[in-house]
Design a protein around this ligand. Structure first.
Ligand SMILES: [Zn+2]
Length: 328
């Protein structure tokens, strides 16, 4: 019997993951290639397509049928046209790159395009933390802050695919300038780079912190991971940075909750590995700001699918777009 599989592509600034995923969200095989994003978009896409084609060929020889491909994009997209509008963290910015057309030509498969964190949200809903609920919001904290919304059991992405851009909720009306052009966005306070900036400020001001010794005075080594390790050792500055980041996330979540009224909040992304302290601070921020919904009835949980979530989500997005007859 022919077994159906879907190709999931998770485009990242450093590495790109290409995986074959079955209908139950299991990754059957994955391949990770360096994105080398300094190159032209055409060359990057060509490399991804040739790696994907190799993977597909191996599986088709073993009796599998690859039905469609999904790609998750870390930036702004026209998801209906399958065009990258802007990848802010890529050196060439990928303005108006027709990525779906290019991949469809190279792979001879229907291709669906989605924002990377929306894909992770879909994966967590179908196969991870949110399997049992009908409504959830996801917040992924990393280099940026992204998110996603599930309503009535389905991913809700909005008219422009931007539903879930929680990093750009205002948390300080006259606050720090954000990369998006506005001021006081959550991302300017609680993302990985925002936390690093606060640690660097403390170091420059000669504050008493373990971080200095942990990076052996090489400030370029300060990272969210180092800050989390310092906090675990009881470092006051590091604890304050994580508590502040978590508090702002909780505050933003209180706004999200009165719009969506979700059953569950899923917290993911690399910075979320700061663990217990961050979760407690998020919960505290939520409790201080949310009164019209009982906070105890909202399940605040970590993401479950880890590093494969992007590939699982993009493959699943391709499957669902194909089933709805939107691609193919
Ligand atoms: Zn912003």
């Amino acid at each position: 019997m022919v077994k159906t599989v879907f190709l999931g592509i998770d485009l990242g600034g450093t590495n790109t993951k290409v995986a074959l995923v079955d209908e139950e969200g299991m990754v059957l095989e994955r391949s990770i290639i360096p994105t080398r994003a300094v190159r032209k978009a055409e060359e990057v896409v060509q490399d991804i397509a040739s790696e994907a084609a190799k993977l597909c060929k191996r599986f088709e020889e073993r009796g599998f049928k690859v039905q469609a491909a999904g790609i998750g994009i870390p930036g702004l997209i026209d998801w209906e046209e399958g065009v990258c509008l802007l990848l802010p963290n890529f050196p060439n910015k990928w303005k108006d790159v027709p990525i779906r057309k290019w991949l469809e030509e190279e792979l001879s498969l229907p291709v669906a395009v989605i924002n990377d964190v929306r894909a992770i949200t879909l994966a967590e809903k179908r196969f991870g933390a949110g399997k049992e609920v009908q409504s959830l919001v996801m917040v992924a904290i990393g280099t940026g802050i992204g998110g996603g919304v599930v309503l009535n059991g389905d991913l809700y992405i909005g008219k422009d695919g931007a539903a879930g851009e929680f990093g750009h909720l205002t948390v300080e009306p006259n606050g720090l300038r954000c990369g998006c052009g506005s001021w006081g966005c959550l991302e300017a306070y609680s993302s990985g780079p925002a936390m690093v900036a606060q640690a660097l400020r403390a170091l420059v001001h000669q504050s008493d912190t373990l971080i200095r010794d942990m990076v052996e005075n090489d400030f370029s080594r300060v990272s969210p991971k180092i800050i989390a390790e310092a906090a675990q050792k009881g470092d006051t500055i590091a604890v304050e940075i994580i508590e502040r980041a978590g508090y702002y996330i909780g505050q933003a979540l209180s706004c999200i909750c009165v719009v969506v009224n979700p059953e569950m909040i899923v917290i993911g992304g690399g910075v979320a590995q700061a663990g217990e302290l961050l979760f407690k601070s998020i919960e505290q921020g939520l409790r201080e700001r949310l009164f019209i919904i009982p906070v105890d009835t909202i399940r605040l949980v970590p993401a479950q699918l880890g590093m494969d979530a992007g590939a699982i989500g993009t493959a699943t997005w391709a499957k669902e777009r194909l089933e709805k007859g939107v691609i193919g």
